[in-house]
Design a protein around this ligand. Sequence first.
Ligand code: HEM
Length: 352
Amino acid sequence: MSEHPERLYPMNRPAGHVPPIIRYSARFDHAPGHLAVLFVGMAGADDARAEQALGDFLAAAAAAPSAPAYLDRAAFVDAEGRRTVMAALYWPDRDAFGRWVAVPDIAAWRAGQRALAEDLAQWWEPVSTVPERAETIAFAEYRRGLSACPFSRLEEMGETGYWGAARDRIPASGWDRLDGAAVRLAPLAALPAGRGQRLAIRPPTGLTVIRSGVSWAACGAEQRESYERNVRPKLDAGMDYLRENPAETGCPALRQVVLTDAAGQPLEEAYSLGLFLSLHHLETWAKHHPTHLAIYHRAMAERRKYQEALELRTYNEIYVLDGDALDFEYVNCPPSTGLIPYFEARILEAAA
Ligand code: HEM
């Protein structure tokens, strides 16, 4: 990996800080250039049809050359009250992703051939940035997303358990404030139809994507009860707040999803996929909103209490996009979807 510029901004880590428990970050032995993750979702009037389409897409995705190295599936109910099924797909680098996207079968999916034929809404959000503008935090025995990829290796790290740790884990924060191109989120005066269209939106520099996950699958009765009583209601309230206050929080989209198996059945784990105008917007919510503060302090107290016996598992991965981001695309989507309400879209030709 190339040499980093000299550090301009100090670490937030207090002198002598000892992490409350051991946490890990993903490292890469190859030089990815840009990392590449694709979040793709489908919804329609008929849940079974969307489920089938996603399954067929993932089968095509896995069969194509340069197939994703890792994927997982999830589901949630969108702003229109429809069940959306989705997947997160990971590649070792953007070149591999680019080769996969160029496979004709995949290009047809991307252009919305199936979505238009079956009246499904399909959003396609590739998240691609340099590893210097990304971070992960994971437990060694519970790996999801980027930390679970076969090309990732987990390394113990000390940037955990204090405010500003996430920023410290992003190498570029040493020489870049990681500000966003936009400070405020302003809804567009006129929205595109969305339905029947294929829209492309280039995410602004600095747009910050977080996948923040939790699993209660390994919790015994006591810690499960604590999760259900002390954490889950606050998490739900915090996510409602972000969804209901996009302008105040700088959060154009927040999807709170439950992981599912291949048959669409829910697992005992979930994640929130949030888009923020900048890392600062995300940090502001995390550090100041009472819902996350309550979760954070509770989680810290439980870490100290249970130590190695802690059973709740959490992880996150954060990507701060650079000026070389990939377009987010929306086929046949209601204009409430993703970035559509806030950023000018180009209308692309949809699949025949
Ligand atoms: C079950 C749900 C959650 C729990 C138990 C939880 C708990 C925590 C804990 C313990 C930390 C400190 C991590 C460390 O550095 O060791 C943390 C940090 C953070 N969390 Fe959460 N969290 C949850 C959900 C979320 C969600 C849904 C988001 C965003 C959408 C979020 C955003 C953040 C951010 C940005 C930080 C980094 C703060 C910093 O280092 O300055 N969290 N959370």
